[in-house]
Design a protein around this ligand. Structure first.
Ligand SMILES: [Zn+2]
Length: 266
């Protein structure tokens, strides 16, 4: 990064509500601000973390934003019901529904995968009804996720940590957003995807505390500039261009705007 100009970056997906980061949230936010991060989305993976996410939203207004979702391997009819109730109750306070979707990496049983698909559709329809964007998790289930999203005619969405290079063009042609995680710094597979992904569809994410720039490290939003430098190199453009377009995309997806240097709802 060139010293005179701080890039304005937006972390579209993280888990600061998790026990590994939550106790040090104030320090994590301080370091993120110093690194040029102007906003961070937390996406709790199940209802037991929702109150922590809302607590962060309250403690860091206009900086930390929350979505409510359910990590697909945790899908049971009971947890889905609980999520839907809480999403409805808090629909004015959250930015989006997610992460929800499919995970065939952790779920090998065809019967339970069918259950995931069934409830994924339920969440897609809920997002449509509440006019909220959708944050999609699709680990090793990218083709099925895309098929279902198309069948349901979903439009405003983020494919988080999208990991299938053969489907990037298809997702881009739907005008969907895809987020590139900080692991792009060292992971060849993510680099191939970041190279081919149109900037018009790209968001930045850390998925902190996971997917750090280097394996086995703890991740946090302050690491975003490392990803921006790598993406700029892969796209043969400048860090400023990557920062500007990914931040603009995130604000558009989540219906936010930048006013006097601060993020607010549109
Ligand atoms: Zn995540």
């Amino acid at each position: 990064m060139k010293g005179v100009f701080i890039l304005e970056l937006f972390d579209s997906h993280s888990h600061i509500e998790m026990p590994r980061l939550y106790p040090s949230a104030a320090a994590v936010v301080k370091r993120a601000k110093a690194a040029g991060v102007i906003g961070v989305v937390v996406s709790p993976i199940e209802p037991k973390f929702y109150t922590k996410a809302l607590d962060l939203v309250e403690r860091f207004p206009g900086y930390i934003w929350a979505t409510f979702g359910l990590h697909p391997p945790r899908t049971t009819p009971r947890t889905v019901k609980q999520c839907i109730r809480l999403i409805r109750e808090h629909s004015e306070r959250i930015l989006a529904i997610g992460e929800v979707g499919l995970d065939y990496y952790w779920e090998k049983s065809e019967q339970k995968r069918e259950l995931q698909r069934h409830h994924f559709i339920e969440f897609i329809r809920l997002a449509d009804e509440l006019e909220l964007p959708l944050v999609v998790h699709s680990r090793e289930a990218e083709a099925d996720a895309i098929r279902i999203l198309k069948e349901e005619q979903a439009t405003r969405l983020q494919l988080h940590c999208f990991n299938d290079s053969s489907l990037v063009a298809e997702a881009a042609s739907e005008n969907w957003f895809m987020s590139v995680p900080t692991s792009v710094v060292s992971r060849r597979r993510m680099q191939r995807i970041a190279q081919m992904m149109p900037l018009a569809n790209m968001l930045l994410e850390t998925d902190a505390p996971w997917l750090a720039p280097q394996p086995r490290q703890q991740n946090e939003p302050a690491n975003l500039p490392l990803a921006v430098a790598k993406i700029a190199e892969l796209q043969e453009t400048t860090e400023e261009v990557v920062a500007e377009s990914t931040t603009k995309n995130a604000l558009e997806l989540f219906n936010l705007e930048l006013y006097k240097g601060k993020v607010q709802r549109r």
